[in-house]
Write a protein that binds this ligand. Structure first.
Ligand code: GDP
Ligand code: GDP
Length: 438
């Protein structure tokens, strides 16, 4: 069940970041040590009423001339059209309607994507409402007045946004074929990998039910089982601006990961693992998906008996927040270990949705507690009463304790490791929710 994607577009200075931050608020549920995610907030989890969605800010850099602004806006709008279910087009009542707004509005209208027209900086409804009506001229629907800075009109705006969400589609819900997103920086070999995997058998699953996105899904049969690869590589965008390319690859990754069961993070062996790989990997970690790190172009490097270890060590170091991820050395060019990749997909997917019986789980934890005494503070010692698994994808556990403050991160990590020793769970994150019971 994938969450809808909502993208924010608009000129510089209309208040996109302000609005993004208001919507993301404290709901931004990000593991502290996931890199990139808190630093530049390109995406966030938002929920309104009973609807959860992923919010994306397509705007990055602040260009200075009008020409550049327009081309930037077109670029942003195109990204939104490619990836979002609903587009929020932000304008500014103080600056009024400008030429660039009209051009972008035309583009959005032609795309036939649902657009919510937001007029920001309406800090005083009485004073500014007459100016808001002018925005009807854009021809993309009713302008919704908000003030991001003073949080006015936000509820009405969100009502409008969620009203445009696609209906849950029974066909999509029932589709139990493994869905695999192949993500990574430009040029690491994502397209090559998908081409090699799908080969002659490539069947384009056109217009996957329930989505209007342009991501190209490809179904492949392997050993009698069908797999669907979500190809983000097909959606290419050329830009000379490095930050923009980076932003775009993150947006594509977020929208693909959202729909996937298993994420294959492709890394270029000839280049080694980088901070940008970590940012992209952080997205999959954050979303609790099954994860395989595919070190590609393994054919192209000089190897000796230490190469695998050296590469693995370096990856574990840079991607230290996901020690559970599987690592596989492959070549999209020669096809090396691609059959192994399928095996891993099956295993990781099973682990990501594995359920443990409460009895065995509590046995393991009791044993762990006996082996290493829980922490204490000022004479009070942590007591773990009970643990139970509440959900899958990723496996999520609730731990009932006497005092939350005593359940240090390191002790949770210890418990996690004992559970992993007993049950494996390779390739998937585990989540722990600590609850107090008096
Ligand atoms: P972005 O470039 O579109 O991301 O715009 P920012 O969020 O950075 O906002 C640009 C400027 O507009 C900042 O100085 C904000 O403080 C201001 N701003 C944002 N929202 C509002 C608002 O609702 N009312 C007023 N008066 N100013 C706002
Ligand atoms: P993408 O941007 O991640 O989709 O990357 P591409 O699939 O377009 O590949 C980028 C470049 O790397 C191309 O020149 C490919 O031929 C090359 N490449 C991809 N996979 C391999 C591989 O396994 N080995 C070698 N030697 N080159 C590869």
């Amino acid at each position: 069940m994938s969450k809808p994607v909502v993208a924010i577009v608009g000129r510089p200075n209309v208040g996109k970041s302000t609005l993004f931050n208001v919507l993301a608020g404290e709901r931004i549920s990000i593991v502290k040590d996931t890199p990139g995610v808190t630093r530049d907030r390109i995406y966030a989890d938002v929920s309104w009423l009973d609807k959860a969605f992923t919010l994306i800010d397509t705007g990055g850099i602040e260009p200075d001339s009008d020409d550049i602004i327009l081309s930037q806006m077109r670029e942003q709008a195109q990204i939104a059209i490619d990836t979002a279910d609903v587009i929020m087009f932000i304008t500014d009542v103080r600056q009024g309607l400008v030429d660039a707004d009209e051009k972008v509005a035309n583009m959005l209208r032609r795309s036939k994507k649902p657009v919510v027209l937001v007029v920001n900086k309406v800090d005083d409804f009485k004073k500014y409402m007459p100016d808001v009506y002018e925005f009807y001229n854009l021809g993309i629907g009713e302008p919704i007045p908000v003030s991001a800075a003073s949080m006015l009109g936000i509820g009405d705006m969100l009502d409008e946004v969620i009203a445009h969400f696609p209906e849950r589609n029974a066909e999509e819900e029932e589709d139990d074929r493994p869905k695999i997103a192949v993500i990574g920086k430009p040029n690491v070999g994502k397209s090559s990998l998908i081409n090699k995997l799908t080969g002659e058998k490539r069947v384009i699953v056109s217009d996957i039910a329930g989505t209007t996105r342009d991501a190209i899904d490809t179904a492949v049969k392997y050993c009698g089982r069908e797999y669907v690869f979500i190809d983000t590589a097909g959606l290419r965008r050329k830009s000379k601006i490095k930050e923009e390319l980076e932003r775009y690859s993150i947006i594509r990754a977020v929208t693909a990961v959202e729909r996937a069961d298993v994420v294959v993070i492709v890394i270029d062996a000839t280049e080694g693992v980088t901070e940008q790989d970590a940012k992209i990997a952080g997205i999959a970690h954050d979303r609790g998906k099954g994860i395989i790190i595919a070190v590609n172009k393994w054919d192209a490097i000089e190897k000796n008996d230490k190469s695998v270890k050296e590469h693995s060590d370096r990856i574990r170091q840079v991607l230290s927040f996901m020690p559970y991820a599987e690592i596989l050395f492959i070549s999209a060019q020669t096809g090396q270990r691609l059959n192994k990749l399928y095996e891993m997909i099956d295993v990781v997917m099973a682990n990501n949705s594995m359920r443990l019986a409460t009895g065995v789980l509590n046995e393991i934890v009791a044993e762990a507690v006996a082996m290493q005494q829980p922490p204490s503070d000022k004479g009070k010692r942590l007591k773990i009463f009970y643990i139970t698994q509440v959900s899958v994808k990723p496996p999520t556990f609730v731990v009932f304790v006497n005092d939350k403050k005593l359940m240090h991160f390191s002790y949770t990590r210890y418990i996690e490791n004992r559970i992993r020793d007993a049950f494996g769970f390779r390739g998937t994150a585990l989540r722990f929710i600590i609850r107090e019971r008096k």
